[in-house]
Design a protein around this ligand. Structure first.
Ligand code: TXE
Length: 480
């Protein structure tokens, strides 16, 4: 039974209350560890440590800040397999996915901002009336970083890397559902010599430890990734405090497949964009729209591939679909499959919980599921399911599919498959999403602005966007 600790002021410490929460391994459906049930008292300790460390860290030369961030990245790489195993065990995702995506991206995040900060510059403006302006972009103070359970270390480092690189200190709270790799990360920070108090990790419940971070008067900016409903609650708390907010929320992403697409590429990539990470990626294409002319051919070929996807023990090489992250989440996803049928949908494949044997007999597994026959505006096609479930619908006209694509409250990502470049540009400009992929999916350049519109969030992460978020801007005008 691994009992993890908070990371406060450079030390691994128990929660003030001495209280812990169970941590469950979703593939086995059983408790395998405990995490601190932190309260506002732990957040207060962490914030005091972060405040005390801010003066030195914010005045540390960027090359020195970069060196320690790169050292942490090196340690992530040296602990690649250990971290991937921990991630797979904590989240239920296939080990192969954690090895190839989650952990490499965590060290890439650290390196990207360790180098990026050394090239981060600001502007100067000469005014004809004889003045010179220069723009200051300085660290803000203590940044609150709250991350979700779907890509735990990947999204945790995606926030704290720019926050630290920019010279802020951090109070972070990973999801209580998947705390393990953030804990292992804190051990690596100690090993790397990150100065005490620069990063503080407080484990615990969102409504308790998380809320205490949002409410804390000495944490002037919040970077959050999670559900839209939680994002609303966080905004309601933070807005009256005039906190700077970055909200990366849910999505219900359209995957638009025109008849003039590269059929084999659209098919094989759509299987991945539908079910990667058990469909628990905010960028997954959960609503597939296929032009009438190739609709039946696509559905048949897609279902045939999905039926072959191995649902199994995340530790096994052959597994393509692992466990979903928790029992409540499994029940939520199964309830949406039931809703899909009630709304008139036909389940072409999947739809059931998978009962495995052996160590995973009590795990939370769901078959990859394909539902057709639904209208674009039913609840199943409007609400984020965030599991291995997609719907497929036909369309005839471009205007029609753009209306369908834009018909939800979300606007995070979209994928378009066509070999007609003019059409690709036209449709990309019409779809209301912050991130558009054409003839690819999840092809990521970390310099690009990342985030959504409508109820998918506020602000952007990535590249200079993140460094501008994590700095305060001031213009100084000097009369010549
Ligand atoms: O996320 P929550 P959950 C979507 C997905 C999922 C839904 C809910 O649809 O089913 O969100 O997932 C912390 N103050 N996404 O419940 O609740 C919480 O402890 C401060 C999409 O896991 O949003 C955790 O650390 N913090 C998303 C983090 O917020 C609070 C990825 C996310 O938890 C808090 C994950 C509060 N009041 C879920 N309440 C994406 N965009 O990738 C909770 N938290």
């Amino acid at each position: 039974m691994t009992q993890i600790k908070n990371y406060i002021n450079g030390e691994l410490v128990a929660p003030v209350s001495g209280e812990y929460l169970d941590n469950i391994n979703p593939a086995e459906g059983k408790v395998y560890g405990q995490i601190p049930d932190s309260t506002s008292k732990d957040v207060e300790k962490a914030t005091e440590a972060a405040k005390a460390a801010f003066e030195d860290w914010s005045n540390t030369p960027v090359t020195k800040r970069a060196r320690v961030l790169n050292k942490i990245a090196d340690l992530i790489d040296q602990n690649h397999e250990r971290l991937a195993k921990a991630e797979s065990e904590d989240n239920g995702k296939p080990l192969k996915l954690a090895m190839s995506v989650d952990i490499p991206r965590a060290s890439a995040n650290m390196r990207f901002y360790a180098t990026g900060i050394q090239h981060f510059a600001s502007e100067s403006h000469y005014t004809e009336e004889g003045a010179i302006n220069y723009t200051m972009r300085r660290p803000v103070g203590v940044a609150g970083c709250i991350s979700p359970w779907n890509l735990p270390l990947y999204l945790f480092t995606w926030k704290i890397a720019p926050a630290l690189a920019a010279g802020n200190t951090v109070v972070a709270k990973p999801s209580e559902v998947t705390p393990m790799t953030a804990f292992l990360f804190s051990e690596l920070c100690i090993e790397a010599g990150l100065p005490s108090g620069v990063l503080n990790i407080v484990h615990g419940l969102g409504g308790k430890a998380g809320q205490a971070i949002i409410e804390h008067k000495d944490i002037p900016l919040i970077s959050f990734t999670g559900g839209t409903e939680t994002g609303k609650r966080i905004a309601a708390t933070a807005a009256p405090m005039f906190k700077k907010l970055s909200l990366e929320l849910g999505g219900k992403n359209p995957n638009i497949i025109f008849a003039d697409c590269d059929f084999d590429k659209a098919l094989s990539t759509s299987v991945i964009s539908s079910f990667a990470n058990q469909g628990q990626i905010c960028l997954c294409g959960s609503r597939i729209f296929v032009e009438e002319e190739i609709h039946d051919k696509f559905v048949a070929a897609f279902v045939e591939k999905v039926k072959k996807m191995q649902v199994g023990d995340p530790a096994e090489e052959s597994t393509r679909v692992g466990a979903v992250v928790s029992k409540p989440h499994m029940e939520k996803v199964l309830s949406y499959i039931k809703l899909g049928k009630e709304e008139g949908g036909e389940v072409l494949t999947g739809g059931q919980q998978v009962k495995l044997d052996g160590r995973c007999e009590n795990g939370y597994f769901i078959e990859p599921t394909v539902i057709t026959g639904l209208s674009h505006n039913c609840r199943t096609n409007q609400e984020e399911i965030f599991g291995p479930v997609v719907t497929i619908m036909p369309f005839n006209e471009e205007e029609e599919v753009i209306e369908y694509a834009n018909s939800t409250a979300y606007g995070l990502a979209a994928t378009i498959w066509t070999e007609n470049l003019t059409k690709a540009h036209r449709v990309a400009h019409s779809v209301k999403s912050g991130i558009i992929w054409v003839n690819c999916w999840l092809l990521r350049d970390l310099r690009t602005p990342f985030g959504g519109m409508k109820q998918s969030g506020v602000g952007r992460e990535g590249g200079w966007e993140a460094l501008r978020f994590f700095t305060e801007t001031k213009n100084v005008c000097i009369k010549l």
